[in-house]
Each structure stands twice: as C-alpha cells, then as structure tokens.
Design a protein around this ligand. Structure first.
Ligand code: ATP
Ligand code: MG
Length: 314
C-alpha cells in the first residue's frame, strides 16, 4: 500500500520528517505514525505526562505543512464546543429581519438552519475540505466524559458528523487524527479498536540526550549528559510524580539561564523545583537522594574519562 502524495513513504522517512522538526522518535513510534498515515487510521498515544504525546501532532503537522486543529478535552466538553453550534444570535437577527420583511413563518424557518448559521468547532472543521489534510489533535481524551467518547465514535469510524437539522457532513479526505491520553482513566475499547495504539514511554538515555541537545541549544555536552543521568536516576525512585521529558528540557534551560556548566549539590538543591512538583518528593530527594545521585554520576563520569584517556594512550 502506498501512502498519499506528500506523506512519508517509509518508516525511515517518517522518522526523518519528525527529526526535521526536532522531534526524536524511536523506531516503534515512527512505525505507528507511518501506519496511521498510510492506513488512514487515527493514532492513539497513551503515556505518562510530559513524554511527548502532544508534540507528535505538532511536529507532524509542521512536517506536512498541514493545519493543526486542536481539541483540548476537559470534563463537560460537549458537542457544541467540540463539533458544531448554531449561531443563535444571528438566527434571532434573521428572524427579526424576516418579520420586518413580512416573510412567512415557513420562509424564516427554512433559512434558519442553513450552513450560514453554523459555527464549525474543531471536529467539524477537520472534516471540511482543505488543500492539505489537516492534523486533528484530540488532546487528553481521558479528561472528557464517557458520553463524549461515544459521540467521537461516529467521527472516528466514518469521518462524518450528523447535524440533525441539516445533513450529514462527511470528509472527502479523512483528516490525520491523533488522540492522546494520560490514562487517568481507561478509554473505551470501541475507541481504541478504531485506532493504532502506541504507548509513549520515557526515552532511553541516548534518545533523551539527543532531545536535550536539540531542545536546549548551546547546552554543553558534559552538562547535558549529567542532566540526563540525574533525571534518569530520579525516575528509578518511588516518587509521587516522576519527572517527564518536559522537566528534563526545562531543567536544561534553567541551568543554562543560571550559567551553569556542571551539576553541583547547591545548584541541584536550588533548582530541584523545576524537576519535582510535590513537596514530599522534593523533601525526600533533597534529604538523601540528590547527594547519592550526584556522587554516582561523578564516579561514572570519572570512569568514562579514564576509559577514554586509556583508549587514547593505546
Ligand atoms: N521525542 C521528543 N523529541 C523532542 N522533544 C520532545 C520529545 N518528546 C517530548 N519533547 C518535548 O517535551 C515537552 C513535553 O512534550 P509534550 O507536551 O508533547 O508531552 P505530553 O506527553 O503531551 O505531556 P502531557 O501529558 O503533560 O500533556 C515538549 O516541550 C516537547 O517539545
Ligand atoms: Mg500533552
């Protein structure tokens, strides 16, 4: 099966396109994105906070020069805000104008529910014809209520929206759909079944280092390595909230803003709030873990330097 023109033709090309937007994907994610594009299926990304789910949609839309249409989910999100809404104010005005022009009730009624009075919200907008297939990001679906998920089924399965007063609007070309969830609750199987599923995990050390290099320009290599090592050690602890990639990047930027070129106990202590956002976690790491991690990183760095020096001598 060949993908549509303009879309990447292979997993490697998908990886390369994302990299062109400074998004460092692993092979599995690049495969999932490639398949979603080629099979025209929504991509369902689930994972811990700050692991790069939302950014996939942003990077992908930029790489395809496609519009990003974003639907942020929250409790109480309904069809009026997600799909379409009738413009009541303009309808009222139309009634007044019709009455003033002595139009019949029927004449007024038929004109009221036409596309002129329809306000397209993200889901509907994504189905309307566009020069380039847009990327529809349905972000944090786990925050929406279950009835909304049920509504979404028709959109995802048929790429259509039924407006009872008007018609059924069907996309000529399905949009590229990316759904994310932080898994605060399970998303219904019926939604998942229609999607290609990918669990977004914390990256391995090499990938996280590459991400820091790209997202924190001008950071010195040695500091970048220490940052990644430190955050990875933190993730091995039983903390209430583990730092995600956003925290790693933010910490890099913070240390750069403070003109630091290496990690020392005082700097770590002063800036720990960039990585950890719960007082219990902060207290625990400050009291005992930070010094231990720094020592381990120091030993590991020294060992690497000794190995490199030995390799140069041989
Ligand atoms: N693979 C990656 N390559 C480059 N940058 C990344 C990558 N993953 C994440 N980032 C960066 O990390 C930050 C967090 O990513 P993002 O907001 O996409 O996470 P998320 O999983 O959507 O988090 P949340 O669940 O909190 O919404 C962003 O600044 C993003 O640019
Ligand atoms: Mg997100």
């Amino acid at each position: 099966m060949t993908p549509a023109p303009g879309l990447p033709a292979s997993i490697d090309e998908t990886h390369g396109r994302l990299l062109g937007q400074d998004y460092v994907a692993d092979r599995r994610l690049a495969t999932a994105v490639f398949l979603a594009l080629t099979l025209e299926r929504p991509l369902f990304l689930e994972g811990e906070p700050g692991t790069g789910k939302t950014e996939v949609a942003k990077a992908l839309s930029r790489s395809l020069a496609a519009e990003l249409i974003r639907l942020q989910c929250y409790e109480g999100l309904d069809v009026n805000l997600a799909a379409y809404e009738w413009n009541y104010a303009r309808q009222m005005l139309e009634i007044r104008l019709g009455e003033a022009a002595h139009e019949s009730r029927e004449q007024i009624a038929t004109s009221l529910f036409s596309e002129r009075f329809l306000i397209a919200r993200p889901l509907l907008r994504a189905l309307l014809p566009q020069p380039v297939r847009p990327v529809l990001l349905i972000d944090e679906l786990d925050r929406a209520d279950e009835p909304f998920e049920a509504y979404l089924l028709e959109v995802l399965a048929e790429f259509q929206i039924t407006i009872p007063e008007l018609t059924t609007i069907r996309a000529e070309q399905p949009p590229i759909v990316i759904i994310t969830s932080n898994r605060t609750r399970e998303i219904h199987d019926a939604v998942k079944r229609r999607c290609i599923y990918h669990w977004v995990d914390y990256p391995d050390a090499a990938r996280e280092l590459e991400i820091v290099r790209r997202r924190v320009p001008h950071v010195q290599e040695a500091l970048a390595r220490q940052i990644v090592e430190f955050v990875r050690d933190l993730r091995s602890l039983e903390l209430y909230k583990l730092p995600g990639l956003s925290e790693t990047i933010e910490w890099g930027r913070a240390l750069l803003a403070l003109d630091r070129t290496t990690l020392d106990p005082k700097t770590v202590d002063d800036t720990l709030g960039v990585l950890l956002k719960y007082q219990d976690d902060l207290a625990r790491v400050r009291d005992s873990e930070a010094a231990r991690i720094l020592e381990r990183i120091g030993n590991a760095t020294a060992a690497t330097e000794r190995a490199m020096a030995a390799a140069e001598r041989d």
